[in-house]
Write a protein that binds this ligand. Structure first.
Ligand code: ATP
Ligand code: MG
Length: 570
């Protein structure tokens, strides 16, 4: 390709709505253009990048025996009612839905479990047809609450979604491992620094699940990684080893103490000279369900924090949010800051974190303004709460698998693999006949990669003050042969010959034959970020050109024209 034939329009200024470097750079370099919130046009150079990422994804999935196909974007409501997800996705506000001229309801696919399950149940009837894996690369639609960061969180974006079908759990384990292998290869080949972490299964559901996280300071996800490499998990899911709290001893009689205006854990620590690890704080939440909202209380050791994702899973609701002041007053009968397990309205379901299990003589609130209780014993002074893991693991705490400790990093979720099991096949009646002629539900896995998000993540990891530095395997072009002055015939002649030689050798090269001043051209090429550059300038007639790599520390050297191919290939 000749750059003079590609409409490349780089901008001087950062776009005003861009908060992270990769978003700024992709817009400034003209790779993407915003059409509306979370909706982007991919320009010709961006499309080259997206195609390269897709090719890597296809090659690695095909290697594991997966089959590419294509499903419709428009999906009828009926299949979403069968899986039971229509109302949930509507309530979450994530579904783009519409009616047709016959008043039938449809949605634009945010994901394709319903479609694939419907497709497979009509073609698969026997264990002899299993296992298989089907995938597609296609636009997905999600009405994200906060579309932002360019392609990172779009409302229309490109996803690869794969679905495996097996006869039993052992088969699913094999299919899942195959995808896990493929994902490692895919992100390695894309030139990304990433980590595979244990993940929460979220709205998609199912048992085992891992996310592939590109490590980046501006990533939206927090992950905890063991400093000895034995554990990595999304904070939403992570567990950790914590120091046990001091022993409370044998149960003592309950005492109530006046604590005027003492509300927080820190204030209580000072007031009672007691460590936070001997207290249980009680936090009230509103748990949101498809048809109602319920107030729940969460008891947590005073020095620890609540993980709201774990809480959503514990209540099996759609979401949780902190209860407002009026609700707190209503269910506790006290001012904010004095909630406790004693004296709570009966309708409130009480959960307690596992860290409190077996503890005696706790300090807690007792639903009375300006009072707290000492020597509180669960089961005696209030009904035994439901003990669950509700704690947010934190950096510095112990690794749950070894003696190491956890370090927090930020990550961008580029891929996610799930063991779905029979979550969709049971309600949607996708079954097969096993060896004994018995009808069984298909055992499924699903596996996503954000193609557009992956491409932008590569920029988030590879840039400098001058622009983008594409990893070579996904760069729009691997090499640019830049003719400094397209009016000089010797430069054009040497440049064109070199470009054609590189192309003939299978190198994805482009020729920068645009007429612009050298200064502007260099700035532009820095911004665009092609990994290798050959500048054909005033020494072209002597057979000398300048070779450089677009790296964080750039080095330039003058080399002979006939050594360029060898340099590029090495
Ligand atoms: P997130 O937690 O970031 O909202 P998700 O867990 O809802 O993502 P999945 O349903 O697992 O996403 O989708 C598979 C992949 O699609 C994700 O790993 C991510 O790379 C990509 N993806 C999801 N939502 C978006 C989006 N709004 N814009 C771009 N890519 C996305
Ligand atoms: Mg996910």
């Amino acid at each position: 390709m000749r750059l003079s034939q590609i409409p490349i329009f780089t901008l001087r200024e950062d776009p005003s709505d861009a908060e992270i470097p990769s978003h700024k750079l992709l817009v400034r370099a003209g790779y993407i253009q915003k059409l509306a919130s979370g909706i982007y046009v991919y320009g010709p150079l961006m499309w080259r990048v997206l195609k390269k990422v897709s090719t890597i994804v296809r090659e690695e999935l095909d290697r594991e025996g997966a089959n590419e196909m294509l499903m419709p974007i428009l999906q009828p409501r009926e299949i979403w009612d069968e899986s039971g997800r229509w109302n949930r996705y509507i309530a979450d506000g994530i579904l783009f839905h519409l009616g047709d001229s016959k008043q039938a309801e449809l949605c634009l696919g945010p994901t394709h479990e319903e479609v694939i399950t419907t497709y497979v149940k009509r073609i698969c009837n026997s264990y002899k047809q299993l296992p298989f894996n089907l995938y597609q690369i296609q636009d997905k639609f999600r009405d994200e609450i906060r579309p932002r960061f360019g392609l990172m969180r779009g409302r229309e974006f490109i996803m690869k979604d794969a679905y495996s079908f097996d006869a039993d759990d052992a088969g699913l384990d094999r299919s899942y491992d195959a995808m896990n292998r493929a994902y490692h290869k895919i992100f390695e080949r894309c030139g990304l620094e990433f980590s595979a972490v244990d993940a929460d299964a979220g709205a998609i559901g199912g048992s085992g699940s891992q996310e592939f996280m590109v490590i980046a300071d501006k990533g939206e996800d927090a992950i905890l990684i063991c400093d000895r490499g034995n554990y990595a998990a999304n904070v939403e899911k992570a567990d950790s080893r914590i120091t046990p709290s001091p022993d409370g001893g044998a149960a003592q009689p309950l005492r109530k103490e006046s604590t005027p205006d003492i509300r927080t854990v820190e204030q209580l620590e000072g007031f009672f000279k007691m460590p936070a690890a001997r207290m249980a704080k009680t936090v009230l939440y509103e748990a949101v369900f498809p048809d109602h909202v319920e107030t729940v209380a969460v008891m947590m050791r005073g020095d620890l924090e609540i993980n709201e994702v774990k809480l959503v899973n514990a209540v099996d609701g759609l979401a949780v949010r902190l209860a407002d002041e009026a609700t707190v007053k209503r269910v506790t009968g006290a001012e904010v800051g004095f909630a406790g397990p004693i004296g709570l309205k009966e309708e409130v379901r009480v959960f307690a974190d596992l860290s409190l299990q077996g503890m005696t003589n706790l300090l807690t609130g007792c639903c009375e303004t300006d009072f707290h209780c000492l020597d509180v014993n669960p089961g005696r002074d209030f009904p035994m709460p439901e003990f669950r893991d509700l704690r947010r693991a934190r950096s510095g705490e112990g690794c749950p698998r070894c003696d190491g400790s956890l370090i927090e990093k930020r990550g961008i979720e580029v891929g996610h693999i799930f063991k779905l099991g029979t979550k969709y096949s049971v309600p949607m009646e996708a079954t097969f006949l096993d060896q004994n002629g018995k009808r069984k539900p298909l055992v499924m896995g699903c596996y996503g990669i954000g193609i557009s998000r992956t491409a932008q993540s590569a920029v988030e990891q590879n840039y400098d003050e001058n622009g983008i530095i594409w990893p070579r395997p996904i760069a729009p072009f691997e090499v640019v042969v830049a003719v400094l002055d397209p009016k000089k015939s010797d430069q054009v002649e040497v440049g064109t010959r070199l470009y054609e030689q590189l192309r003939a050798a299978g190198v994805d090269a482009c020729l920068d034959d645009r007429a612009m001043s050298p200064g502007v051209k260099f700035k532009d090429l820095d911004l665009l970020g092609f990994p290798l550059r050959v500048v054909v300038g005033r020494r072209a007639s002597e057979g000398i050109v300048e070779f450089s790599e677009r790296r964080k520390s750039e080095e330039k050297s003058e080399i002979a024209v006939d050594t360029v191919l060898a340099r590029v290939s090495s």
